[in-house]
Design a protein around this ligand. Sequence first.
Ligand SMILES: Nc1ncnc2c1ncn2[C@@H]1O[C@H](COP(=O)(O)OP(=O)(O)OP(=O)(O)O)[C@@H](O)[C@H]1O
Length: 606
Amino acid sequence: MNMKPAFPKLLSSQIAFDTARTILDGFDKHYRLFREATHAAKRHFECADWKRAQDEARARIAFYDTRVGECVQLLEDEYIDADLTDAVWREVKLHYIGLLIDHKQPELAEIFFNSVCCKILHRGYFHNDFIFVRPAVSTEYLDTDESVPTFRVYYPILDGLHITLKRIITNFRLQRPFADLDRDVKLAMQRIEQTLNTDVLEPNHQIQVLSTLFYRNKGAYMVGKIINGSNEYPFVIPILHNRKGELILDAALFERKVLAVLFSFTRAYFMVDMEVPSAYVQFLRSLMPEKPRSEIYTILGLQKLGKGLFYRDFLRHLRHSSDNFEIAPGIRGLVMVVFALPSFPYVFKVIKDHFPAPKETTNALVKEKYLLVKNHDRVGRMADTLEYSSVAFPRARFADELLAELKLVAPSVVEEEGDEIIIKHLYIERRMVPLNIYLSSAHANADDAALEHGILEYGNAIKELIGANIFPGDMLYKNFGVTRHNRVVFYDYDEIEYITDCNFRVIPQPRNEEEEMSAEPWYSVAKHDVFPEQFGVFLLGNPSVRKYFLKHHADLLTQQYWQQRKQKILDGHFEDILPYPQECRFRNAANSVITTATPAPPAKLA
Ligand SMILES: Nc1ncnc2c1ncn2[C@@H]1O[C@H](COP(=O)(O)OP(=O)(O)OP(=O)(O)O)[C@@H](O)[C@H]1O
């Protein structure tokens, strides 16, 4: 017989309900502010207020942690530990599930719940009784009663393609005139007709377009797909400002690789107003089935959910694979131990406890630099990182050499608990082919096209990073990787600086023979001094590399080049990098506010 009085049971339920309500209120506040920021992005685009657009996109990244912190504080102020027993916590989750019925963002709210609970509860509680290891509330059919439908459907057969396309664009009600919308619509029609490549329009022929535009830096992007019979053609139409400040359609992008690069993990998150984000993700996945849901949530600015989903995918991958974690191929880092699971396209990075000379950094500084990159516009040239604490790995899957290395160089971060290895802090990042390995293999295979492409892309990456006010610090090839789309991306952030903090100098002339013969610099070197003339010493050792480097990027070896680019930033010039190939554009680059473009890779590599 149960001898417990009814009163304490009721009381615990009330605490549990109130706790669940407090957490959901915290999430709802978060998502309201998130949506307000995306509304503001439309205004900033219309007013060409690029600085505010960028500042607010950056500020939005911190919203989530701020709301989680507020919520944890509220609960800690309201309740003492004794109130929140295990039984109460179990009930909190059940009440929370009840509150999520009819909620439009349940998957995000569940992850918010996890974030709050994981700050309060010990790791031992991180299982499905207490947190949402598995989702409890379905996101299916949430888009059946939104106030604005996720996507709109248009039927060109009724009014013709020209009128339909024009209506699609004007339905976004952008508060700024187009230079010549009819002209641009004709250009878009040509691309559409080329892509469909048929005169036969099937009865189901339609254009589906997401109801809100995607904003990022100086661009607004219309995202949709054309359906004709059983064929689907995903597309993105970028809308930009021209030099007179009028709107133009800049391109009609259809190629899947181009879309993948536009939505890449190496770029800043889009600002998109979404009532039902899961429906946006479902739509986007139909355009890019190869992109995991985690990555799509992340690129939409819902990076915490992206991170949560990524972790679930990772656990599933572990269960369905049998290979071992090993030290990542390439030159070992002085700051990080980097390891990988060959069957999984990511690397895991752990900060070492001590850094050998010449590194002069600290653990806190390394984390600061990685955070800087998280918050910065990565311009397609820096990999996004997911930061985790207390990740449990199965001990049996660690190669002995790796475990020995981790225990040797990062003992404060690595713990063995039973059959698990707990890593207290780590970054996860997309795996690439380190550029030094890529170049050596191109050299070994006498593949000149690949060699030239690697060097061309390397220089372009640096030049685009400069535009984003980023100086990589350590420019060795080993700190860059080549993505599956053959783009070169930077991934080693511990020496990163703002270009505007660097002092680009010319090496002074030696004043006498002694100075001329000296192995050490005879001139004083301050902390932020950079001597571009010296880059050649460590970048041009290989004659073939040297040939292509000097052909495409000799300017990177001059102080004037760096200084001029720095001056442009200081003058308030806001550079944006075209996130799609130049040849996709309807007209000459000089016509729009986005000016820099990366040349296309040679056909052999494309
Ligand atoms: N995203 C990645 N994909 C593939 N390999 C990677 C990746 N990140 C790092 N590596 C591998 O791990 C090595 C060390 O990584 P990283 O450069 O980030 O460490 P580090 O300690 O900061 O290096 P450094 O001593 O140059 O500061 C790289 O040289 C490369 O071989």
